[in-house]
Design a protein around this ligand. Structure first.
Ligand code: NDP
Length: 503
């Protein structure tokens, strides 16, 4: 296995042991098992295109076994009997273990996803542990209400109950964090789960499965099935025994999931989908901070973020200055393999994703947008991986593909605006509505924009922060349902109303 590491980097013994311990298996009913078909697929290091591990490819029958295990664990046995407080203790223990294994998990994340080790270890892993802790605290606080109804002599109250067996399908851009965004609230509410990580990045989810067993979650409570969208993901969405699917990924697959839910058992669905987020710089902003914020708002994680500030609106008097500033900052971004010291940004996830993004760059140039900087695949010592330079385009026509479609790569599309009405109309003229940003020193203008823009999250004079306590999700075709915060409890519970006749 060629891991492409600088000579001074020594991986944790646990990381090496995990990678060298043979093909990765499915977690079903607390046991690690091969796929019934015996089939496996390769998980590849995007920094050099080399295989990291063979991973079991779950088919329809494997998913069915996972659903039976999850159903049995939900209906009978220790999980069913546990109080919320006891579930909270397990989640807390999981958070402790994630912290204890942070170095190892961060290394696996960087190898499998490509992101710089500094980000994996200082952002992704701490956020993962924080999610488990936040929902550990809420597990024992799932309160109902008492309801004053219009009839006399009736006492009415509500209970919050778990939905049942939940399918959790996640993408490759924040593999372990997104596992925690879904698993932690689902488990806090008392559900049992089947997690499907993306085929590009299954490794940290599988290691997390080992950690959850070590934390003491009973068999069948968390099951992990690996494999591609078809057949593995589709088997989850079509299964009659799954009560709810929570999905993060593309809007196109989100549609398929709703269709499958409608065709099967009307399972509950929540969707966190794509974005084309407007980030706005007014002429009165602190331009130094705004340009740096816009730079990281689009280029961090190589633009592979659903909230990437990919449409940058700049008030015309400062347009040229901001455009040049952004192009200058983009040239300072150090792109490289995740373990190389001082690297800011890693590779794109796959050859397919690289080709897709390069296609948008070619299309942008043909459509008349001005390529200001970047736009190339990186060669030399990076030529084996899927690396590209941060790219800046200037444009005026909102109908361009560059201004409408989610590119999911390090491509900023920058455009001038002249008036408030024009800004609000253009910022909202997107099928997406996940996030937005605004940079100004005028507090009234900032809040007016936050109210006017159709987006699930708005950042004022900052960008791209998330926290387990702050609800997160989309308007329009960016999906529905809110992850994080107390709102996520709504995704994983049913409300039961109880009437008691007192007369
Ligand atoms: P997908 O939406 O295809 O993948 C997300 C998850 O869904 C993966 O686990 C995938 O499996 C699974 N999946 C795929 N097809 C199905 C299906 N029919 N039924 C059930 N599950 C399925 O994203 P891609 O990886 O293909 O990326 C394509 C584009 O999606 C990106 O360029 C970007 O625009 C957007 N995207 C948005 C994300 C976000 O955070 N909102 C995250 C990732 C992508 P598998 O990958 O194993 O095939």
């Amino acid at each position: 296995m060629n891991l492409n590491l600088p000579p001074e980097i020594n991986l944790q013994p646990g990381t090496l042991q995990f990678l060298q311990s043979g093909p990765k298996r499915l977690l079903i009913n607390g046991e690690w098992v091969d796929a019934l078909s015996g089939e496996t697929f390769a998980s590849v290091n995007p920094a050099n295109g080399e295989e990291l591990a063979q991973v079991a490819l779950a088919g329809v029958e494997d998913v069915d076994m996972a659903v039976h295990a999850a159903r049995a664990a939900f209906e009978h046995g220790p999980w069913r009997e546990m109080s919320g407080e006891e579930r909270g203790r397990l989640l807390w223990k999981a958070a402790d273990l994630i912290e204890a294994y942070t170095d190892e998990l961060a290394e696996l994340e960087t190898l499998d996803n490509g992101k710089p080790i500094r980000l994996s270890s200082k952002v992704d892993l701490p956020n993962t542990a924080k999610h488990f802790r936040y929902y550990a605290g809420l597990a024992g606080k799932l309160e109902g209400t008492t309801v004053p109804v219009s009839f006399p002599n009736q006492f009415v109250y509500t209970l919050r109950e778990p939905v049942g067996v939940v399918g959790l399908i996640i993408p490759w851009n924040f593999p372990i964090q997104m596992a925690s965004w879904k698993l932690a609230p689902a488990l806090a509410c008392g559900n049992t789960a089947i997690l499907k990580p993306a085929e590009e990045t299954p490794l940290t989810a599988l290691r997390l499965g080992e950690i959850l067993i070590e934390a003491g979650f009973p068999p069948g409570v968390v099951n992990i099935v690996t494999g591609p969208g078809e057949p593995t993901g589709a088997a989850i969405t079509a299964h009659m025994g799954i009560d709810k699917v929570s999905f993060t990924g593309s809007t196109e697959v989100g549609r398929k999931i709703m269709e499958a839910a409608a065709r099967s058992n009307l399972k509950r669905v929540s969707l966190e989908l794509g974005g084309k987020s407007p980030n706005v710089i007014f002429a009165d902003a602190d331009l130094g901070k705004a340009v740096k914020g816009a730079t990281w708002g689009i280029f961090s994680t190589a633009g592979q973020e659903c909230v990437a500030g990919s449409r940058l609106f700049v008030e015309r008097p400062v347009f040229q200055q901001v455009l040049e500033g952004l192009a200058g900052e983009s040239r300072k971004v150090r792109v490289g393999a995740g373990f190389t010291p001082k690297v800011h940004v890693g590779p794109l996830i796959s050859q397919r994703q690289l080709e897709r993004v390069m296609g948008y760059i070619e299309g942008g140039q043909k459509s008349g947008a001005q390529l200001v900087s970047g736009g190339e695949r990186l060669g030399g010592e990076l030529s084996q991986g899927y690396f590209m330079s941060p790219t800046v385009f200037a444009y005026e026509d909102d109908s361009l593909q560059l201004a409408q479609e989610e590119i999911f790569g390090p491509v900023a599309a920058v455009t001038p605006f002249d008036s408030w009405d024009e800004l609000v109309m253009r910022a909202n003229s997107s099928r997406y509505g996940l996030a937005a940003g605004v940079w100004t020193q005028d507090i009234t203008k900032a809040h007016r924009f936050a109210h006017a823009v159709k987006a699930g999250t708005v950042w004022i004079n900052t960008y791209d922060l998330i926290d387990p306590a702050a609800p997160f999700g989309g308007y329009k075709e960016s999906g529905f349902g809110r992850e994080m915060g107390r709102d996520a409890l709504d995704l994983y519970t049913e409300v039961k109303t109880v009437w008691v006749g007192l007369g």
